[in-house]
Design a protein around this ligand. Structure first.
Ligand code: ATP
Ligand code: MG
Length: 394
């Protein structure tokens, strides 16, 4: 029986070279260590294109579940290392073949240390012939049921049979910081996940309208933030009191333009806070056509209120796709809890689907929104959330 003692992490073919590559690997190394920080006894080593972790007795199932959440990992495998001589290598390949229930196999060798006296093709043949002699298995080079990978280094050789897909993307935090508008809905937590996957560090802003929105609604948003913070370690959430702005909008603009104005104010607030916190862009969970405020005309009119880039990772996703992702990352059940957010409370009956900038500015000239924005931004509450402890999930 193979007794795994090491996990080998691959990060695929990076298109970036030089310093960027070094930054990528260093960040991935830090993020991986952070993800496993509570597991004692692990020993880490990084090379040009791999990270190795010696398990020293840690449970591979726990390690696996954690590593599947680290962005930047293309795949990983559990392995037991052997010394770099051909007899040890072929013996281990045979053990792996014998302990599997597969019928066809292929050996894929790679020499990281070119001083090893055999070429990879010769290693493949040596290992394959031992397996052919001692088992009923056949070679299938095109579509093997069992692919045994052999990585030969100077002293040690790593032999693996299962390649577990990683989360892909870029290591969280390597591509700068964005401010995501986080509601309690289904979409924006999924947007957080997508942004993190592209290597961005996500900070969040949430607009609350107490007493019209409850503490439960706020707690729900912080719970969602905590759930997605797993992918980057922690997350700052700025909770902004939106009540005054919202009441003013309803008093001056009336029903059809309320949502447009509300969203223009949200964008302005987000832009202001983004600048204060060193975020280079803001982000939302908008998807074209989903609701009245997300027609292309609406998005254009809302976007007109600010200059900062707005990232919309879900812009072309169907609702079904978004729900599937929400289920995958575990936020769906919380998102559908029925706590009202500020938009549902002031939900207008007939929102315009083709708002114009001129009309928006006309309504906005009727109240001192710049002052209200300044006040709301400066009185915000900032909460730092972390992933819930494992026991909380059980
Ligand atoms: P979601 O499910 O993310 O709430 P939605 O389909 O309900 O999206 P809207 O409520 O119109 O659509 O919101 C679109 C986007 O605006 C959200 O994805 C989010 O980024 C932002 N947003 C909406 N309400 C708030 C809020 N109260 N606080 C912060 N951001 C918000
Ligand atoms: Mg919503």
């Amino acid at each position: 029986m193979v007794n795994y003692d090491t996990v080998l992490i691959r990060f695929g073919e990076l298109s970036t070279k030089g310093k960027n590559r070094k930054d990528f690997i260093n960040r991935l190394y830090q993020n991986t260590k952070y993800m496993l920080r509570d597991i004692p006894g692990l020993e880490y080593r990084k090379t040009y294109d791999r990270i190795y972790i010696r398990l020293n007795g840690a449970d591979p199932a726990v390690i696996r579940e954690r590593l599947e959440k680290v962005f930047g990992i293309s795949s990983f495998s559990f392995t037991e290392k052997v010394s770099s001589d051909i007899d040890s290598i072929t013996a281990r390949c045979l053990e792996i073949a014998q302990s599997s229930d597969k019928h066809t196999f292929k050996i894929i060798s790679r020499r990281h240390d070119k001083s090893f006296p055999m070429k990879s093709d010769q290693i493949n043949r040596a290992a394959a012939s031992v397996i052919l002699k001692n088992t009923e298995m056949k070679v299938d080079v095109h579509d093997p049921e069992l692919a045994i990978r052999v990585e030969v280094h100077a002293d040690d050789t790593y032999i693996t049979a299962e390649k577990i897909p990683g989360a892909g993307g870029y290591p969280a935090g390597i591509n700068g910081k964005v401010l995501l508008m986080l509601s309690g809905g289904i979409d924006s937590p999924v947007a957080a996940y997508e942004l993190m996957k592209r290597g961005m560090q996500v900070e969040a802003v949430h607009f609350a309208s107490p007493p019209y929105t409850s503490d439960n609604a706020k707690k729900k948003v912080l719970d969602l933030a905590s759930m997605v913070s797993v992918y980057q370690g922690m997350m700052k959430v700025h909770v902004v009191n939106f009540t005054d702005l919202q009441l003013n909008i309803y008093k001056t603009a009336g029903d059809p333009y309320a949502v447009t104005l509300m969203r223009r104010m949200m964008y302005r607030l987000a832009e202001k806070i983004a600048k204060q916190t060193g975020c280079l862009a803001i982000a939302t969970g908008e998807s074209v056509g989903q609701v009245a405020s997300q027609t292309l005309e609406s998005i254009a009119c809302i976007n007109d209120a600010i200059r900062m880039p707005v990232l919309r990772p879900l812009v072309c996703f169907d609702k079904i796709e978004i729900i599937d992702l929400a289920r995958k990352i575990g936020t769906y059940e919380t998102s559908i809890l029925p706590f009202e957010d500020c938009c549902t409370i002031f939900d207008p009956k007939n929102p315009v689907t083709r708002p114009t900038v001129e009309k928006s500015e006309h309504y906005e000239s009727r109240f001192p929104y710049a002052e209200l924005i300044e006040e709301a931004a400066s009185s915000r509450e900032t909460v730092t959330v972390r992933p819930a402890e494992e026991e909380d999930f059980l």
